[in-house]
Design a protein around this ligand. Structure first.
Ligand SMILES: NC(=O)c1ccc[n+]([C@@H]2O[C@H](COP(=O)([O-])OP(=O)(O)OC[C@H]3O[C@@H](n4cnc5c(N)ncnc54)[C@H](O)[C@@H]3O)[C@@H](O)[C@H]2O)c1
Length: 380
């Protein structure tokens, strides 16, 4: 009989809604599956939000107190969708309670806390996955497959950007995303985890970084009193140079002030025998260049990755165009499938701590400024 996995969600904002939708979608998109998913409980601190989650997404019960959900004996998995600084107390309590955890990025607001959480999770033997949904896009899966087959050859360059434009309006009020104590940083902490994770997943770890951070709009109005201004203490953008152990070089750029951008995660991988290129705004295709073809036959080929997921994915059919939410469905399926089968979920908190290690090194390199080694993280 399929194992029932009972989910307790903490925070029902933007991402809570997406995760709830994805859980409900899994049983119709994947068939057969070795588990049954139940949306058991939800907590949100704001009055009436948990009740809305019950009514809209079908949770069995709701509360304002996340501790009730973490302590509940009928909850197996804690899904953390709160603002960044609210992850830590939930993580600590959920690990003590022996729950498996699916946590939104970034894991914590700094490297030291992230390392401590990883150690606690490993000691407790719980299963854990960090949300890095872009690994689960068919185009990124295809890029990984080609790189593993040697298509790119020796790495010359990895070039990754993640660009948003939501903060170009100086009248946009301050929010938790613009306060370091609530986030641990700005664009590098908000968008950085995604492009850093894609880079690590595809080409492995860089050995050293050199970054620079910029805050274009240093103060913003308070939402509740727009005539009063509050200081922004996080960066709007970061640009980073990378060195790879094999001699390759690269760049990362993240910005929330990239005028004209919507949700533009792009990467290019260039090597001795081929190149790959992807843009999240054009997510149905991976562009591949085979440098081993004879002169005259070379050129970027557009590979249709569309919605090609391996079994047991059954819907939507592979030819239908893909959207952002589908990558969350795939990431959550992978997590629940690993729990049901007793395997190790990936990307795990180990990968999340690596992301913190990059952020830590990039921030330090920007202050110095100097090439800075990326602190290593044990893979066990
Ligand atoms: N993976 C992605 O693509 C992606 C995209 C956006 C945000 N995120 C991450 O998801 C997390 C949440 O971001 P969001 O955009 O959903 O934020 P949000 O502000 O839309 O929602 C957060 C929700 O958490 C609730 N909340 C706050 N503190 C709480 C507490 N102590 N207990 C219970 N509920 C609490 C808030 O009331 C709100 O409803 C962040 O860590 C963010 O970095 C990930």
């Amino acid at each position: 009989m399929a194992r029932k996995i009972r989910v307790g969600m903490i925070g029902y904002g933007q991402m809570g809604r997406i995760h709830a939708y994805a859980y409900r979608t899994i049983p119709v998109f994947y068939d057969p599956i070795p588990f049954e998913v139940e949306l058991t409980a939800v907590a949100d601190v704001v009055d009436g939000v948990a009740e809305r989650a019950v009514a809209q997404a079908g949770f069995r019960r709701g509360t304002k107190d996340w501790r009730e959900v973490v302590a509940a004996p009928d909850v197996d998995v804690i899904d953390i969708c709160t603002p960044n600084s609210e992850h830590l107390p939930v993580l600590e309590a959920a690990i003590v309670a022996g729950k498996d955890i699916y946590c939104e990025k970034p894991l914590c607001t700094g490297l030291a806390d992230a390392r401590r959480i990883l150690a606690l999770a490993q000691k407790a033997g719980i299963r854990h996955q960090i949300v890095s949904e872009y690994r689960f896009l068919p185009a990124v899966r295809k890029a990984k497959e080609l790189i593993e087959q040697g298509f790119v050859g020796d790495l010359f360059h990895f070039r990754g950007v993640y660009l948003h434009s939501g903060y170009i309006d100086p009248k946009r009020p301050i929010s938790w995303r613009l306060r370091r104590e609530a986030t641990g940083g700005g664009a590098l902490v908000d968008l950085g985890p995604h492009i850093i994770d894609v880079m690590r997943h595809l080409v492995g770890d860089a050995s050293a970084v050199l970054g620079t951070c910029s805050t274009f709009i240093p103060e913003r109005p308070l939402a509740e009193r727009p005539s009063e201004m509050a200081r922004v203490d996080v960066e709007d953008a970061a640009s980073v140079l990378l060195r790879f152990p094999g001699g390759g070089s690269g760049t990362l750029e993240v910005s929330r002030c990239a005028t004209g951008a919507e949700d533009e995660l792009r990467f290019e991988v260039q090597g001795s025998s081929g190149a790959l290129s992807f843009n999240l705004m054009d997510p149905n295709w991976l562009y591949a260049y085979d440098a081993t073809l004879p002169e005259g036959s070379r050129g970027f080929q557009r590979l249709a990755t569309v919605q090609r997921y391996p079994a047991p994915a059954v819907a939507p059919a592979p030819k239908f165009s893909i959207g952002w939410v589908r990558s969350h469905v795939a990431a959550q399926f992978a997590f629940l499938d690993a729990i049901a089968r007793g395997s190790v979920p990936s990307p795990s908190f180990v990968d999340a701590v690596w992301v913190h290690a990059y952020q830590d090194a990039i921030y330090r390199s920007a202050v110095a400024p100097a090439w800075t080694a990326v602190p290593t993280v044990d893979r066990e």
